[in-house]
Each structure stands twice: as structure tokens, then as C-alpha cells.
Design a protein around this ligand. Structure first.
Ligand SMILES: [Zn+2]
Length: 110
């Protein structure tokens, strides 16, 4: 999951990578409900409650879907249902990505 937060000093977005799929897991992973990260743009340390971190759309998932579609298209070329599957696979990855980020953004911790 790619998480983003806005630096309070320069108002630019920073990104954090995590294995957590929701804020409860993130809390477990960090062991605290606040992050103290250095901004990549201005170097300012920003304290953020993890409820203020938002899951960002991770388009690597979609790219992966496109790659999978190319492979599937290659193997199923002779069967004739290329067009449907080739379009459906990246779409499926895209909707999974959306589901994951919205599920993350819906859960809040105390
Ligand atoms: Zn900054």
C-alpha cells in the first residue's frame, strides 16, 4: 500500500510504503499512532496521526494487470476471446486497487 500525507510546512505530498492493508495493521506495524517523517521536499519533520495518512492509488497494480493481459492474450490468441479478456484483466486490477485504497481510508484508529 502506498500512503500519502501532506507536509504541513511546504504543503507537498510525501509517500510512505507499507505492507499494512488498513490503519489497524499500520498501527501494529509502527507500534505508535503517529508518524514522524522527514519531508522529502523541504526536510521538515512532520508529525502525523495515522488517521491523517491516506492510501494512494497504486498504479503498479494496474501495470501488472496490463502485463498479465499481454501474457494471457499471447497464450489465448488462437481461441478468439482475446479482446474481452485483454480489456477485463487491467480493469479488474484497477477495481481491486480502488477497493483496497478505499478500504484503508474507511478504517480509522483511535
Ligand atoms: Zn515539506
Amino acid at each position: 500500500m502506498k500512503l500519502s500525507y501532506r507536509c504541513s510546512s511546504c504543503k507537498k505530498d510525501n509517500y510512505i510504503k507499507t505492507k499494512a492493508t488498513n490503519r489497524h495493521e499500520l498501527l501494529m506495524e509502527l507500534g505508535t499512532n503517529e508518524i514522524n517523517e522527514r519531508c522529502k521536499h523541504c526536510g521538515n519533520f512532520t508529525k502525523k496521526h495515522i488517521n491523517r495518512l491516506y492510501a494512494d492509488d497504486d498504479y503498479t497494480m494496474v501495470l501488472f494487470g496490463f502485463a498479465a493481459a499481454v501474457v494471457v492474450t499471447y497464450f489465448l490468441w488462437d481461441y478468439g476471446y482475446i479482446s474481452t479478456l485483454s480489456g477485463a484483466i487491467p480493469l479488474w486490477f484497477w477495481s481491486e486497487m480502488k477497493k483496497k485504497s478505499s478500504a484503508f481510508n474507511r478504517t480509522m484508529v483511535k
